[in-house]
Write a protein that binds this ligand. Structure first.
Ligand code: ZN
Length: 539
């Protein structure tokens, strides 16, 4: 790409969970002047997230340009093989080079700040500050490692994540903490931009995601628990947070010149979550899954459903001190044909013989018949209270994913309807329960704004996906695209006269053959599980 000084530069601003549903009214109110300026001088459209719709899979697809079947990360937990022990995902779980590694290889200078799934940091030609998941005790969250102390000094204690459970239900301190984190992030990013003079800067602000997970019912008049008085009471404070976020965007933007192309994107959108479907309970009702006899766990289970900081602390104590006393809510595998895998994967797996540790369903006709039955039953599932459909989309995994990690995906993948989230374990007492504080959850449609030289000034048609960002970024920078990327160049963003030319591709050596390795100590794993649970990512 031609630019005044012959150098193309790129700024990527990630707004985790950002959605036009929230941004558009704020644009109207004039609360987002910097983002609006980007939007007004460039292209605007939707950006589709991965299935399953979560930040681990989506940011991994953002960085690799690949679908989860190829990069191997479907959620914040991974397992080395279908029957294997699950472990918390890390940057080492992602197969293939990331955008930052590819740019570094081409000699471009990179600054990457808080992109999820970048811990432990890979070496780059520049600086990388890791994002979640990140063990609280770690002091190795930046590359080069000396940046940890440097950033702590530069912004008076750097903040990577938010211990938001302590402020649950307490809107004001929660938003104050978000604001502090956001300000420090912008300041640190500017610091790194000045220090490294990068060709490509990427920074992810996680504030919108955190805010919307627990305050969606104040934002969305269609939410079942929306109360006008309460919403009006908090409107100003929420708008102020987004104003701060916009200011942070402005601060980062001020660090680049006119020749820099700017992309603003989210890893997924957001929608209401009023009820949570207990998928395993449903499977049990359909006689596809059997639970063993209830144990001690069922006595303490009601505690899980309460939401206040004291109960959180008690639960944490229970987990760390009494875990051996609590029988895990198990599954009677000898009588189970289908189950919801752990984590946030939002799907159903078949207890397939030869693949699962205690598989009983034969491959071939029996497997096919069961998947068809599951699909039909899930699509027919209704909320008994009001007859609303619960599931929007049910797909077989090979229709969503391609690549060596296809076998790690649930056999049947589903996307819930607005209003519902889906939970595998823990075992619930009923099919549905209130989502409680987690009143908002992810939807597939996120945002993409693009501005800069040659970028069209218009809305582009739906069809862009998060895995398209890496190849598009490379092309905008005049670099070849590794031919194993699944994403395409988003040529709808720029005009044919812009001079970007036809995309060039470079051959890659194929699979890197890296083993999925667990890089965390037991203590770090426990800490991370706890954090991810707090973000609603683990049951
Ligand atoms: Zn989220």
């Amino acid at each position: 790409m031609a630019s005044l000084n012959g150098r193309s530069r790129l700024l990527i601003i990630g707004l985790d969970g950002a959605t036009y549903r929230v941004l558009d009214p704020l644009f109207e109110e004039g609360a987002l002047p910097n983002l609006k300026r980007i939007m007004d001088r460039g292209a605007r459209g939707l950006l589709r997230s991965t299935i399953p719709v979560n930040s681990a899979a989506a940011w991994a697809s953002f960085m690799t340009g690949k679908n989860p079947g190829k990069h191997g990360v479907f959620e914040f937990q991974v397992r080395p093989n279908p029957g294997g022990q699950r472990m918390i995902a890390s940057s080492r779980s992602i197969h293939g080079d990331t955008l930052f590694q590819i740019l570094s290889r081409h000699g471009l200078r990179v600054v990457a700040v808080n992109v999820p799934m970048t811990y432990p940091p890979h070496p780059v030609n520049g600086a990388l500050v890791a994002g979640i998941p990140l063990p609280g005790s770690s002091r190795s969250w930046a590359y080069p490692e000396s940046l940890v102390d440097e950033l702590d000094r530069a912004v008076d204690g750097y903040v990577i994540s938010l211990p938001w459970r302590d402020v649950l239900g307490n809107v004001k301190p929660f938003l104050e903490q978000l604001t502090v984190m956001t300000r420090k992030r912008a300041k640190a990013t500017r610091y790194l931009m000045e220090r490294y003079d990068p060709d490509v800067t990427t920074v992810v602000f996680v504030g919108p995601d955190r805010l919307q997970h627990c305050l969606w019912q104040l934002l969305d008049p269609n939410h079942a628990r929306y109360q006008e008085r309460e919403a009006r009471q908090h409107h100003g404070a929420i708008r102020d947070y987004f104003f701060e976020l916009d200011k942070a965007v402005g601060e980062v933007l001020a660090g680049v010149g006119e020749e820099t192309t700017v992309l603003v994107l989210s890893d997924h959108g957001f929608q209401a979550a009023e009820k949570q479907l207990a998928l395993n309970e449903w499977l049990a009702e359909e006689n596809l899954l059997r639970f063993p006899r209830a144990g001690l766990w069922s006595l303490i289970e009601p505690l899980r459903q309460m939401e206040n900081p004291l109960i959180w602390r008690l639960r944490n104590w229970w987990r760390s001190n009494a875990r051996t006393l609590a029988p895990k809510p198990g599954i009677d595998w000898s009588r189970t044909t289908a189950y919801a895998p752990w984590g946030f994967q939002q799907g159903v797996s078949v207890n397939l013989a030869g693949r699962e540790a205690h598989g009983i369903v034969a491959a071939g006709a029996e497997y096919d018949e069961l998947r068809n039955r599951l699909q039909a039953k899930l699509m027919a599932l209704r909320d008994p209270e009001n007859g609303r459909p619960v599931v929007r989309e049910v797909r077989f995994r090979e229709d969503c994913f391609q690549g060596p990690f296809l076998d790690m995906a649930a056999d049947v993948v589903l996307v819930p309807e607005e209003g519902f989230s889906v939970s595998p374990p823990p075992r619930l007492r009923s099919l549905f329960r209130s989502t409680g504080w987690a009143c908002g959850c992810h939807e597939r449609d996120g945002i993409l704004l693009a501005a800069g030289k040659g970028i069209r000034q218009e809305r582009f048609a739906p069809g862009a996906a998060i895995q398209d960002i890496a190849p598009t970024a490379l092309h905008l920078l005049g670099l070849p695209i590794p031919d194993d990327m699944d994403g395409r160049v988003l040529d709808e963003l720029y005009s044919p006269e812009a001079g970007f030319g036809a995309p060039e591709y470079e051959a890659t050596s194929g699979s890197d053959g890296v083993e999925m390795q667990d890089i965390y100590t037991d203590e770090e794993s426990r800490d991370l599980q706890d954090k991810l649970r707090g973000l609603g990512y683990l049951g």
